[in-house]
Write a protein that binds this ligand. Structure first.
Ligand code: HEC
Ligand code: HEC
Ligand code: HEC
Ligand code: HEC
Length: 567
């Protein structure tokens, strides 16, 4: 699933290495497909191990590293996460009579996007949605810094002074090598700066002190981004020391404290050791999957620190329950909750957008993507075939143009799901709708989007809707005009490393599909293996690990196989 996040394959140049989807051809490497998360068939009581006789005195919902994942795309099921479910989940806690507030570590926008305006729009969609869910504070991470914190805050905020407050206490402006204090660099609309150090929030009757600080590893990453971020940092320890002083002197005397720490687990441990004033520290996850239990650090003369990581893309939320104890302190309980389909808003789509404000925000988002015509702003680069034979002006002509000479292939294709893949966006995708105006969806549901001469929109290029022949075979105008040209022919099978490379027939593939991945290779020739590898990579540009975690060429190709007999 790519919940509104761009498929990196075509816009890879815009995306930093490390975030680019890496094709892992599991059956050659001998790996088994990763198990899908399962959605429980009946509701799970995630809090069964918490005290049942009493309610928590304060509950903190913890998220972070959402990377712009607004909503599951629905390409496959089940998928986790999304703002809609986050809202429903938080509501379910409130319905227990629990006093709840949310905090988010930051890295709210995607790390990069083909259309920067869309990235900013995501930030401006998520922040108000968080407010409506009762978030009180958010941190700031590499994703915000890379994409221009000033611009993001402006878009979010042409705002009044209202939660969630942005906390990153050691952030400063940086111009010409000189640091500008945070308050000066980020003036707010009211009393407080747009980027703060602390917030003391009342959750139920518990005053909770929240601070936000950027650790050394993220500071370094931001410095490496160059001077265009206009961001510098003051020492972490100065900010932490100031935060603890503010808490100590605060009239509400926050007895429960939390640090949104933009740093690694090891950095967070060091901070926890040095600053016993912080009870809960939320830090960055290296891993997309969060650990089930918190990292607990025991400290002499101070309560244990709870160090939390919630994984990537908002697929999980962490929940801390604080129970006041007789020592005037809190016993803390922690639970990580996967946001599965059981948290979808009940009712029809129309009822759901009325009752779930996060969904209403998503509807507005989709409406803006359409009205601002962001589709037209996606960059289009040359296809490899256009690079290989520039003098031929190869372009996309649509599947109808192939029909006359490849009738059998055409018939087979027209019976496959690929032949109506665009309809998934217009008729199946509903929360929100209008997905066919979003390049981040269109890219895998059309022919050649992101390439010169490829899909642009329904009116300009109606023949390039759906996953047509050229989505796999590449632009075919020159071959259709000159079918005997050997160079052009070779370009229509771009996955072939050598001319003899052919897939095994469908029956062989289906038989081998039942064998463990590691055993398959011994039944295949070198040419077949090369073909399998090449074709699978091509398919997985769309059937990637997120949009289709079950993809296996051995079972999928037989469903779309088309005759290879020569005419
Ligand atoms: C990286 C490629 C890719 C992107 C980007 C993508 N999709 Fe898909 N989508 C697929 C693939 C592949 C399938 C088929 C998965 C399968 O068969 O299990 C699919 C299937 C679907 C389906 C299910 C169709 C059905 O018949 O049930 C829906 C709905 C859908 N996508 C919506 C979206 C939306 C909405 C977006 C944008 C938010 C999107 N897709 C973006 C690749 C993509
Ligand atoms: C005017 C007739 C004609 C049209 C139109 C045409 N083709 Fe072909 N195509 C052929 C012929 C003939 C061959 C077989 C050539 C050979 O094997 O020597 C062929 C072969 C191919 C091959 C096999 C290449 C290989 O390496 O063996 C592919 C793939 C292909 N066509 C795709 C397409 C696609 C996609 C379109 C539409 C964009 C298309 N063709 C349009 C006549 C046509
Ligand atoms: C340009 C993107 C793209 C490429 C490349 C692509 N697919 Fe798909 N595929 C899709 C989309 C989108 C769907 C969902 C269509 C729908 O259901 O509306 C899909 C659906 C399918 C389905 C139907 C799944 C089902 O649930 O029955 C099969 C099978 C399939 N693809 C196989 C392949 C194979 C094999 C390859 C490579 C040879 C491939 N696809 C390449 C986008 C792509
Ligand atoms: C989902 C990706 C996909 C789509 C869509 C697709 N093809 Fe193919 N096609 C392939 C692959 C992969 C092969 C190579 C199979 C092999 O190596 O045996 C192939 C093989 C062919 C061949 C035979 C090449 C040969 O080796 O003799 C022709 C001709 C062809 N396709 C035409 C078409 C036409 C015409 C369409 C549209 C009506 C189409 N294909 C749609 C993936 C696709």
């Amino acid at each position: 699933m790519t919940p509104f996040s761009i498929s990196p394959f075509r816009f890879a140049s815009a995306i930093p290495i490390g975030l680019v989807f890496v094709v892992v051809v599991g059956f050659l490497a001998g790996g088994e497909p990763t198990p899908r998360p399962t959605t429980p068939s009946r509701p799970v009581d995630y809090f069964a191990t918490w005290p049942q006789q009493r309610k928590p005195d304060a509950v903190l919902v913890i998220t972070g590293q959402t990377f712009g994942y607004l909503q599951p795309c629905g390409c496959s099921r089940p998928q986790l996460g999304g703002l809609e479910r986050r809202f429903v989940f938080i509501q379910s806690l409130k319905q227990k009579g629990w006093p709840v507030a949310g905090v988010d570590l930051g890295d709210i926008p995607p790390a990069a996007a083909a259309v920067p305006e869309q990235l900013v729009l995501k930030y401006a969609t998520i922040l108000p949605a968080l407010r409506e869910m009762g978030y009180v504070a958010v941190g700031v991470g590499k994703a915000e810094f890379r994409n221009g914190l000033f611009q993001l805050l402006e878009e979010y905020a042409g705002q009044k002074e209202q939660p969630p407050y942005t906390l990153a206490g050691n952030v400063a402006g940086l111009l010409g090598g000189k640091l500008t204090p945070r308050e000066v660099a980020f003036p707010g609309p009211g009393q407080r700066a747009m980027v703060g150090l602390v917030e003391v929030a009342e959750i139920g009757s518990v005053p909770v002190g929240i601070a936000g600080v950027v650790g050394p590893s993220v500071q370094k990453a931001v410095a490496d981004m160059g001077s265009k971020t206009l961001i510098g940092f003051t020492p972490e320890k100065d900010a932490l020391s100031e935060a603890t002083k503010i808490f100590a002197a605060h009239p509400r005397k926050p007895t429960l404290t939390l640090l949104l720490y933009q740093g690694t687990l090891n950095e967070a441990r060091a901070v926890a050791k040095q600053w016993p004033q912080f009870r809960i520290i939320v830090c960055l996850s290296d891993d997309a999957e969060p650990p089930e239990t918190p990292d607990i650090l025991t400290r002499a003369g101070a309560p244990d620190a709870l160090i939390l990581r919630v994984g990537h893309k908002g697929r999980y939320v962490g929940v801390v329950g604080a129970f006041q104890n007789s020592r005037g302190d809190f016993d803390l309980k922690y639970q990580i909750v996967p946001l599965g389909e059981e948290f979808n808003t009940p009712g029809t789509d129309e009822v759901a957008s009325r009752t779930n404000p996060a969904l209403a925000r998503l509807d507005q988002y989709a409406e803006k993507v359409k009205s601002r015509n962001l589709l037209a702003k996606f960059p289009a680069g040359p296809h490899p075939a256009q690079v290989a034979l520039p003098q031929k002006n190869v372009t996309f002509v649509g599947s109808e143009a192939c029909k006359g000479c490849h009738a059998a292939e055409y018939t087979k294709w027209s019976e496959s799901h690929h032949a109506h893949a665009f309809d998934a966006l217009t008729t199946i995708a509903k929360r929100p709708a209008l997905r066919h105006f979003d390049g981040e969806c269109v890219v895998c549901h059309t022919v050649g989007f992101g390439y010169k001469g490829g899909y642009r929109n329904e009116l300009a290029t109606p023949g390039l809707k759906h996953v047509g022949c050229e989505a796999c075979h590449g632009p075919g105008s020159a071959h259709a005009a000159d079918p005997k040209d050997a160079k052009l022919l070779a370009l229509q099978s771009p996955w072939r490393r050598q001319a003899s490379d052919r897939l095994p027939d469908a029956t062989t593939l289906e038989k081998l599909a039942n064998r463990p991945a590691a055993e398959r290779n011994q039944f295949l020739t070198a040419a077949q293996l090369r073909a399998i590898n090449g074709v699978a990579q091509m398919c997985m540009a769309c059937h990637d690990s997120e949009n289709d975690p079950n993809f296996d060429l051995f079972t999928y190709w037989p469903k779309v196989v088309h005759p290879t007999a020569k005419k």
